[in-house]
Design a protein around this ligand. Structure first.
Ligand SMILES: Nc1ncnc2c1ncn2[C@@H]1O[C@H](COP(=O)(O)OP(=O)(O)O)[C@@H](O)[C@H]1O
Ligand SMILES: [Mg+2]
Length: 412
C-alpha cells in the first residue's frame, strides 16, 4: 500500500464521519423539533388544568356554602308585640307563649317596631331579621302602575256623574282642607250603579288616568276564593296596600259578586262570600273619612246588594249611571267615530235618534259592526247604510234568545 493509498483512505474516512455527523445532527434537529412540539402541548395542558383547578375550587366553595345554607336551622316567624326600653323585644310566635328576646346586631333598629313580622333563631328565638309585610301576589298585582289611556274626553254624556265622582273621590284626597274648612266629612266612597255597558268601568279608568293618587283596581269575583278565610284576608291586604300607598283610590268592580244579600239559608260557599263582605264592611268602617283612601264600587245589580253596604258612612254616595239619552248618545257616537273613516252622509244626531235605549257599549258595537260591513264591501269609508245595517244587527241581537220556540208543524 503506497502513501497515496493511505491519503485516499483517510480522505474517505473523513468523508464518512462527516456524513455520519450530518446524519446525527439532522436527527437531533428532528428530535429537538419533536421536543419543542411536546413542550408546547404540555404547556397547553398545564394551562387547561390550572383553569380547571380554579373552576373546581370555586365550585367547591359554592357547594360548601350551599351545604352550610342547607344545614342552617330554620328560622321561626313571629311578630313583635312590644319593644322594651332595654332594646329587647316581646315576640309572639306560633309556638305558643310570648318571649322576651334579644335582637341581632345586624338588624337595623329602625325596622324593629310593634307589629313587624320577624324571623327568629330556632334555639334562642333572637330576632335575626325583619321581614316585609306579607301581601298576596294577587293584591300586589291590583295596583295599577301603568295608567290606562282613557280620559274624561272618552266618555260621552255623564258630565254630572263625572263631576260627582271627582268631588267625592279626588277632592278629599288632594284638597282635604276644603272639607276641614266647612267642617264636614267627605264621603268615604262612591258606588256607581247602572245597567251593563253604560260606562262604569270606563269612568273609573278615567279617574285612574287623571288622578295623582295610587289606583288599586280589583274585580269582586277575584275576592271569592277557594279556601275559607282567604277572601277576607285578601280584602284586608288590599286595604293594607292602599294605606301603605296612600293617597290612593280602591276601585272594586262587579261588587255584586261579594256584596250580595246575606241569606239565612246559605251553603258554605255563600258563607265564605259573606265573610269577605264582612271584612269589606269592617274596612269601610275602619278608616277615617278624611284619610287617604277612597273607594269606588261599581255594580249592575243594586237590587241584590246587601243593605249594610249602602248604609250612610260606607258607600254613602250612590251615583246612578243611566242609559244614555239622545244627547249623550250623540256624544258617544262622536267619540267612537273619531278614529273612523266615515263619509259626509253620516250624522251622529241622526244615529242617536235611531238608537233609543242603546247603551254606550252597544253604540261602540254599532260603530264596529258598521266598519265590518264596509270592509265586507271592500270599501275604506263607512257610510250611513252601513250604520243602519249595524243598528239593526246590534239592537235586535239576542231578540230570538229567550223567546219561546214557535211550534213547528206537527207530523200526524
Ligand atoms: N258613556 C260612554 N261613552 C263612551 N263610551 C262608552 C260609554 N259607555 C260605555 N262605553 C263603551 O262601552 C264599553 C264598555 O263599557 P264599560 O264601562 O265596561 O261598562 P260597564 O258599565 O258595564 O262597566 C267601554 O269600553 C266603551 O267603549
Ligand atoms: Mg264594568
Amino acid at each position: 500500500m503506497g502513501l497515496d493509498d493511505l491519503g485516499a483512505f483517510k480522505e474517505e474516512n473523513k468523508q464518512d464521519s462527516i456524513d455520519e455527523f450530518m446524519k446525527r445532527i439532522s436527527m437531533l434537529e428532528e428530535r429537538n423539533l419533536e421536543l419543542v412540539e411536546e413542550a408546547r402541548r404540555v404547556e397547553g395542558e398545564k394551562r387547561f388544568v390550572e383553569g380547571e383547578l380554579l373552576r373546581l375550587q370555586k365550585e367547591l366553595k359554592r357547594l360548601k356554602a350551599e351545604l352550610e345554607r342547607l344545614k342552617a336551622p330554620p328560622l321561626i316567624i313571629g311578630q313583635i308585640k312590644d319593644v322594651l326600653s332595654d332594646g329587647r323585644v316581646v315576640v309572639k310566635s306560633s309556638t305558643g307563649p310570648d318571649f322576651i328576646v334579644n335582637i341581632s346586631d345586624y338588624v337595623p333598629k329602625d325596622n324593629v317596631e310593634v307589629g313587624a313580622r320577624v324571623a327568629l333563631n330556632k334555639q334562642t328565638l333572637a330576632v335575626m331579621g325583619v321581614l316585609p309585610p306579607s301581601l298576596d301576589p294577587v293584591v300586589v298585582g291590583a295596583e295599577i302602575i301603568e295608567k290606562p289611556e282613557t280620559t274624561y274626553k272618552d266618555i260621552g254624556g255623564l258630565e254630572p256623574e263625572i263631576i260627582e265622582v271627582r268631588e267625592a273621590v279626588e277632592d278629599p284626597l288632594l284638597r282635604p282642607e276644603l272639607y276641614k274648612k266647612v267642617g264636614i266629612d267627605p264621603p268615604k266612597g262612591v258606588l256607581l250603579v247602572g245597567p251593563p255597558g253604560t260606562g262604569k268601568t270606563l269612568l273609573a279608568k278615567a279617574v285612574a288616568q287623571q288622578t295623582h293618587a295610587t289606583f288599586i283596581r280589583f274585580v269582586g269575583s277575584e275576592l271569592v276564593q277557594k279556601y275559607i278565610g282567604e277572601g277576607a284576608r285578601l280584602v284586608r291586604e288590599l286595604f293594607d296596600l292602599a294605606r301603605q300607598k296612600a293617597p290612593s283610590i280602591v276601585f272594586i268592580d262587579e261588587l255584586d259578586s261579594i256584596g250580595a244579600k246575606r241569606l239565612d239559608m246559605a251553603t258554605s260557599g255563600d258563607r265564605e262570600v259573606q265573610r269577605t263582605l264582612m271584612q269589606l264592611l269592617a274596612e269601610l268602617d275602619g278608616f277615617n273619612p278624611l284619610g287617604d283612601v277612597k273607594i269606588i264600587g261599581a255594580t249592575n245589580r243594586p237590587d241584590i246588594l246587601d243593605e249594610a253596604l249602602l248604609r250612610p258612612g260606607r258607600f254613602d254616595r250612590i251615583i246612578d249611571i243611566p242609559i244614555p239619552n239622545v244627547e249623550s248618545r250623540t256624544e258617544i257616537f262622536k267619540i267612537h267615530m273619531r278614529r273612523m273613516n266615515i263619509d259626509d252622509t253620516v250624522e251622529s244626531s241622526e244615529l242617536a235618534a235611531k238608537t233609543e235605549g242603546a247603551t254606550g257599549a252597544e253604540i261602540k258595537a254599532i260603530c264596529t259592526e258598521s266598519g265590518m260591513f264596509a270592509i265586507r264591501d271592500n270599501r275604506d269609508t263607512v257610510g250611513m247604510p252601513d250604520f243602519e245595517k249595524a243598528i239593526t244587527k246590534v239592537m235586535h241581537q239576542g231578540d230570538e234568545i229567550g223567546k219561546p220556540q214557535e211550534s213547528g208543524p206537527m207530523f200526524a
